[in-house]
Design a protein around this ligand. Structure first.
Ligand SMILES: [Zn+2]
Ligand SMILES: [Zn+2]
Length: 219
């Protein structure tokens, strides 16, 4: 039986933009929705947050938008108290500096970690299933991975027999998008001002996603 991730992947090929960005955005939203409620009542989770020292800026502010103010008050009271007691020594600036250097070097956002694990699993399923013609045909119809996910896919790809076919699919997509962008730009030329925009009218937005990933996606 195929892995559930496999079916999610095939489904994601129908959405607009990078399929993996789209899956991760959905999974992140679900994760954040329950995160504070579950974390505040769980001592182990709070210890983990203390150990990793909070979240990256993007995820901290995503959490801030949730309605659980009390939960965040509890988490941040703990962090501020820990920070004050273990990192700030007015009579010993050298100790402060060393402690802060160590903290910055070891600091990891646990939400980034969580999404990174999901990303890794999906990339394994994707590259590991590229010899499956059903998946390959579905992927060829998608808009393809963004630059960042393409790089991760290529880096972790294990099957040397299937990677040329994957790169060929990406090459075709980039060629098509390039042609659409050329057409888009051409129509701004006053000599062709009578021509109406066609399917290429949002090619520049699709190109932004191709190069920089989905809007609001961060992991
Ligand atoms: Zn992506
Ligand atoms: Zn993060």
């Amino acid at each position: 039986m195929e892995d559930l991730n496999y079916f999610n992947l095939i489904e994601s090929f129908n959405v607009s933009g990078c399929p993996l960005c789209s899956i991760l955005k959905e999974r992140l939203e679900k994760f954040l929705y329950n995160f504070l409620d579950e974390t505040v009542t769980d001592v182990d989770s709070r210890l983990r947050i203390r150990k990793t020292f909070g979240f990256c800026s993007v995820h901290a502010w995503m959490l801030q938008k949730s309605e659980n103010c009390m939960g965040q008050g509890i988490i941040y009271q703990d962090l501020i108290e820990t920070f004050h007691a273990n990192f700030i020594f007015p009579s010993d600036p050298k100790k402060t500096r060393k402690a802060l250097d160590n903290l910055i070097a070891a600091r990891k956002c646990l939400i980034c970690n969580h999404v990174g694990e999901i990303e890794k699993r999906y990339l394994e399923v994707f590259s590991g299933s590229y010899d499956n013609m059903e998946l390959r045909a579905a992927y060829e119809k998608s808009q393809g991975l963004c630059l960042n996910h393409m790089a991760l896919a290529v880096r972790s790809w294990k099957n040397s027999r299937t990677i040329p076919a994957y790169l060929e699919a990406e090459s075709m997509k980039l060629k098509g998008l390039d042609a659409e962008l050329k057409e888009f730009v051409r129509k701004f030329d006053y000599r062709y001002s009578g021509e109406k925009f066609g399917g290429e009218k949002d090619s520049w937005i699709r190109a932004i996603e191709k190069i920089s990933g989905r809007k609001g996606s961060h992991y």
